[in-house]
Structure formats: C-alpha cells, structure tokens
Design a protein around this ligand. Sequence first.
Ligand code: FAD
Length: 480
Amino acid sequence: MSGTEVVERARAILGPAHVLSDPADTAPFLADWRGRYRGAALGVVRPADAAQVAAIVRLCAETGTPLVPQGGNTGVVGGAIPDDSGRSLVLCLSRLNRVREVDPIGDSLTVEAGCTLAAVQAAAEEAGRLFPMSLGSEGSCQIGGTIATNAGGTAVLRYGPMRDLVLGLEVVLPDGTLWNGLRALRKDNTGYALKHLFIGAEGTLGIVTAATLKLFPRPQSVATGFLALPSLDAALQVFAQLRGALGDRVTTAEILSEAQLASVLAHVPGTVRPLGTIMPWYLLVEVTDPMQGLDLAARLEDLLATGLEDGRIADAAVARSQAQANGMWKLRHSVSEANRKSGIVVGHDTAVPVARIPDFVARATAAVAAVRPDARVVAVGHIGDGNIHLVAILPESLRTSGEPLDRIAQTISAAVHEQAIALGGTISAEHGIGQSMRDALAAFKGPAEMALMHGIKQLFDPLGVMNPGKVVAARHCPRH
Ligand code: FAD
C-alpha cells in the first residue's frame, strides 16, 4: 500500500482534521525542541481515545508502516522523532487528555497518556493529594512520555522515578490489541510484571494510552535551603548528615557547580545569587513533612549550624518566604536555558554510586579537558541519586569552523561515559536511550543483555513497526 493510501485510511479512521500531512502542519512534530533531530513522515495522526489509537496501530501493523509515538516532544535523546525515510506516521497523544478517576481513599489517580505532568499534579492537588514527580518540562511533557522514558526529576530521592509511581497501565500492543492493565493495586503477585516492560521502553513495545498513578499526602511543612560548599566530599557528608537526621523528609538535594551557577546568573534574567560566598559547589535542599505546623526551617538551620562550625559548609541560607524559596528553585530550573544560551552543549545523564560522585566528576572533567581543551565543564544533578549531568560547553565559533560537531560530541561523550562505567555507573540515568544513545547502549550492556532485549522486542513487535531504531537497532525493514 502506498504512503498516500495509508494516510487516506488514517483519515477514514480519525476524520480528516486529525491527520496532518501538509509540511507546514507536520514540521513541529518532526524536530525536537533543541533542533538536534529532524525526521520526515507520511503524516501526524491525532487520535482522541484508546480505541482510535488501537485502530491506527492495526493499520500500521497491516501495512508495515512504522509508528512513532510522541508526547510533549520534550525528550532529549531523539526518541519521539521519526527517521528521515518519510515512511512513518507520528502518533501524537495530546488529545488523550482526560482524568478518568481520582481515588483519594486508595491514593491513586487514573489519567490518559496525553495529560501533561502539570495537569496531573493539578488533578492530584484538587483531590488534596500530591503527585510528586517534578521536572523542568512539566508544563509540556506528558504522563505517557514520562512513563515511556521512566523519567526522574528533582523528587526521586524521596518518591522514586516514574517506575515507582505507576500502579497500572493501559497499552495498545503492536498488533492493535488493547491491554487493560489499569489495576490500582499496591500488591499484585500474579506472574510477570508486564507493566515494567513498557515503563522506560520509549514506545518500542507498545503505546501507553492511560495509567493509574500513586498519590501521596501533600506536604504541609516545607523548608528550602541553599548551601555553599568547599568540595563535593563536603557536599556528600552534609547530605548524609541531613538524611541521617531527617530521613525521607529530605525530598530534594540538587547539586550545582559554581560554573553552572555562574552560567545561570549570566544568561537567565531574574536570577540572583542567594549567598554572598562563592564556593566550588552549591546544594539546594528541600525538606518536607505532611504534618502542619512543624518549623522545619528552624530544624534545618540547627542542622546546618554544625556544618558551618566544622567548615563543611562555607555559607548557607534557609528561605524565610515562598518568594525566597522560588528564587532558589529558579536557579535549578534555569540550567537548561542558561547552558543553551552559553554555547554548544554536550550533555550527559550519567549516574554512579553516590559515594563515587567526587571521583567521577574529577575524572570525567579531566577526561573532557584531555579530548577538548576548549570545552568548559559545568555540573548539575541529583546528588542523592548519584545522577550527575556533566555538561561540556563548546564555543559557538565551532559551528563555522568546519569541524564535525557530531564527531566532537561523540568523542567527549565517550570519554565521560568511560569514567562512569569504570566507577560502576550508567550512561543513562533518567533521559533514556532514544536514537542518540542507541549505539552506546549496545556497548554498555554487552551481548547477553542485548540479546535478551532484542528477544523481547521481537516477541512484542515481530513486524518492527513500533518506534523502530530507538533503544535497539531496527532488525529488519518494516514495510511489507
Ligand atoms: P516525548 O519527548 O514526546 O517522547 C519521549 C519518548 O517516549 C519517545 O521515545 C516517544 O516515542 C515515547 N512516548 C511518548 N509518549 C508515549 C506514549 N504514550 N506511549 C509510548 N511511548 C511514548 N527528564 C528527566 O527524567 N528528568 C528531568 O529532570 C528532566 N528535566 C527536563 C527539563 C527540561 C527543561 C526539558 C526540556 C526536558 C527535561 N527532561 C527531564 C526530559 C523530558 O522532559 C522527559 O524525558 C519527559 O519524560 C518526556 O516526556 P514527553 O511527553 O515530552 O515525551
């Protein structure tokens, strides 16, 4: 069947208004927000519900048409962008945006995949509960995308990544079967936990159409602090002390290097240094409790006083108003914008065992300097998860130098990944694999694990139509 016929059949299923094929209409769906990945497609299909998703998937299975699911298109590894063959359909989930059920007794919420993360947070708040995932992209990224990438963010320390927040899933399988696994159960030992295969699969095994998510009590007492630290070793000691004293109340511990903070202050209007002291590292800490009336700010100040006395903390401020806390958070949430404005960004999503963070940062920074002395290194990350985003920033002038930027980025990333792996770490902690990390994944996992992954892909998607070429290499030509 020709591409034109596939588009016509999609129009018959969804109605003409919901199948885009004019290049002016499809363009926003064929490139990522950073302009790094560009593809081509027969069209963009916009189903309204799971039944329409299933009908489109059946059409793709029957005609061998590759299907690329796309949520908010905020991903950073090119997973939602089709290849340049022009044979794919992009499946936009935005119209699946209903909140199906809120259950404050069972502490769960069932939403469709196209709800933005912010809409899910708002629905939880309306029910007097918390959906704790928080990302810089939460206004645009969708719950289906966060599930497909097993997203992390700033509250993983307390609540875990998306994998820990999903109770059940509804998924359209690659042959068009609708699997209803929306079980709102905390305990369910009935054989293989299939939902976990779809979480983090980046749309390569099926299309998530809805999810039942865990809710939590809303924090009623909150304290936010910003600390200046002489070293990463000191940061880890302070973090361990806070965890020891406050346990799970420490919901956030985000580390920023001075170079990263300086970049934010230079490039993002409305940001200010919270402290007069300039130190190599800063820690943004948030402490929360569902009980009302606790003076967590005073408790945090007491704990920080010890560190200030023994020199592990050089300076610290605890927010005394919501505006002050927002100012501290703005510094953290502005890093992507600041880095983008400051040069050519080669970012990384490595994680190492927490105690190895200082070693990793020292080794990886030296490794980058060895391969690219013109790169500036900044670091930001989730210290409690060992997930440090080491970012190499190259001068903009390289764009016109004739040097191949792709190859430069690959050399830098190989050097950073080598150090993470040597320390028992991973090359992707929360962003996923998509297309950009696919070859690196094969080297990282080794043949036994890759053979199992290919076997799973083959079992679920024997025709190879489901987001081909992402996570694992496409094994065969999908078109019949
Ligand atoms: P998309 O980018 O549209 O898609 C991502 C992948 O999921 C693709 O492979 C796509 O095919 C697949 N997919 C999408 N929807 C579905 C579905 N319904 N069913 C099956 N597959 C699907 N990520 C973090 O983990 N932590 C962070 O702290 C973080 N901060 C960010 C800050 C900013 C400013 C930005 C721009 C991004 C950030 N991200 C972060 C990355 C990104 O927001 C997340 O990866 C997010 O989970 C992607 O959601 P999305 O809806 O945009 O998915």
